[in-house]
Design a protein. Structure first.
Length: 131
């Protein structure tokens, strides 16, 4: 996938996967913003992977418990620039996932990555914490 393919009019595509009432509501809300084009995909009627390759969205939004979730996780593994927002309406939360790859050839590489991630979490907690 080419990250955030720009259309001729300069808009980026956001792919909504699924046709639940939740996804219909998300679509209606996102369509009020003119910065992007919203494309809703019904995975029961199309080949999800080839449709996403053709669309090359800047972002994919879907429900976490959807039956096509496994296919999206495989896509995340294969496409390092892909970003996905998974909605979990039962818990009232969303999860942002990325296919970003890290080179980890040794345990030292893994340790360094862990330290970076923990440092980011601590910095975010400090910024978002009580002031």
């Amino acid at each position: 996938l080419t990250k955030g393919l720009l259309r001729m009019d300069g808009q980026r595509a956001i792919a909504l996967i699924g046709d639940s009432i939740l996804m219909e509501g998300v679509k209606l809300r996102l369509e009020t913003c003119r910065e992007w084009t919203v494309v809703q995909i019904d995975p029961a009627r199309s080949d999800l992977r080839s449709t996403l390759r053709r669309l090359a969205p800047a972002l994919i939004i879907t429900e976490l418990d959807a039956p096509w979730g496994d296919a999206l996780f495989t896509l995340l593994r294969d496409e390092p620039d892909l970003q996905l927002i998974g909605l979990d309406p039962t818990q009232g939360r969303l999860i942002v996932l990325t296919g970003r790859h890290y080179a980890s050839r040794t345990l030292q590489d893994l340790l360094q990555l862990v330290q970076e991630q923990v440092g980011r979490q601590e910095a975010a907690a400090t910024v978002g914490g009580p002031g």
